[in-house]
Design a protein around this ligand. Sequence first.
Ligand code: ATP
Ligand code: MG
Ligand code: FE
Length: 332
Amino acid sequence: AVILGIESSCDETSASICIDGEIKSNIIASQAIHAKYGGVVPELASRAHQLHIIPTVDEAIQQAKIHKNDVDAVAFTRGPGLLGSLLVGTSFAKSFALARQIPLIEINHMQAHILAHFIEQPKPSFPFLCLTVSGGHTQIVLVKDYFEMELLGQTLDDAAGEAFDKTAKILNLPYPGGPLIDKYAQEGNPDAYKLPEPQIPELNFSFSGLKTAILYMVQAEEKKDPNFLMENIADVCASVQKRIVSILLNKLKKAAKQTGVRNMAIAGGVSANSGLRQGLLEMGKQYQWNVFIPKFEYCTDNAAMIAIAGYHKYLRKDFVGQDITPLARMHV
Ligand code: ATP
Ligand code: MG
Ligand code: FE
C-alpha cells in the first residue's frame, strides 16, 4: 500500500511517502520566520503551512517516483499542536482523500514520534518504555502495542525542549536554541556550574525551577564580569545540558525499576541531543537495557513518522470520515 503522510502540527510542513512500510521520501519545509520573534508565532505558522503544503507534497510524490493516483490512503496529524497549523494539514488531507476516493487516517503526533522507531531496523519489541522529549511534551510512555500506549509520567510545567530553548534565550542564543546548546556543550566542562535537580514525585518532571536557577546564576556572574557569557558559554551549556539529561534519565531509570521493562526508547526533537543519546547508551550498558535511538531526521517533526503510523493503521483498516476535525490537545 502507498501511504501519503502529512505533518503540520507546529512549524514544519512535511510530507512523506511510505510504500509497504518503507519510507520512500520525507520532505520537510521548516519555517525560518519565527527566529526573528524568539518563538513560533501561530498565525505566521499557519500561513507558512498554506504556502508550503502543495509544493512539499508534490516533492514527496516526485522523490518517491510515484504518481498522485498511486496513493492508497492519506494519513495526517490530527493533534496535538497549534490549531491553525493543524487545520492546514487536515484540510489538505481531507480534500486529497475526497478527490481520489481513498481512505483517510488520523494520527496522534505524540504516538507518531514514538512510532518513528518502526521506520528502520532495529525495531523495538513490545512492551517498551519511551521517553518522549520534544518542544511541547516530556513524557514517559509504556508502549504495549502500536496504538496501545499508557502515559506513566509527564512534565508539570515546561517541556524538556522548552527548557533548552528558554535557557538559550537567557544565554542570548537564537531560537530554537536546543541544537546550539548541544553544540557549545561539546566543548565545555559539564561540572563547571552546579544546577539543582528538582525532587518531583513519581514519574513526573519539572523544569521551571531549573530555568530560574540558570537565570539567577547568569545574573550573579554577569554582575562580577560583564563578559561572563561570552567567555563561559561552553561551560554553561555543558552544565545545563548535563542537568537536563540527568533529570530525564533518572526518571527513566525509575520507570524501568517500576515496570520491569528493559526495552528503552527515546523520541521527539530533544532525542537529537548528543548528551541524552550518549547518556542513555551508558545507562543502558550499566542496566543491560536494549536501547533504541532514532536517526536524527526522525527525531524532530517529520512526516515519515506520520506515514509509518498511517501504514500500521491502514493494515488495521482504521479509517476516519470527512467529518474529522483537528484537536489542539490529544492524549497518547
Ligand atoms: P511536540 O512534538 O511536543 O508537539 P514540537 O513538535 O515543536 O513539539 P519537536 O519538533 O519534536 O517538537 O522538537 C523540537 C524541540 O527539540 C525544540 O525545543 C528544540 O530546541 C529541541 N531540539 C532539537 N534538537 C536538539 C538538540 N540537539 N539538543 C537539544 N534540544 C534539541
Ligand atoms: Mg519545529
Ligand atoms: Fe513534535
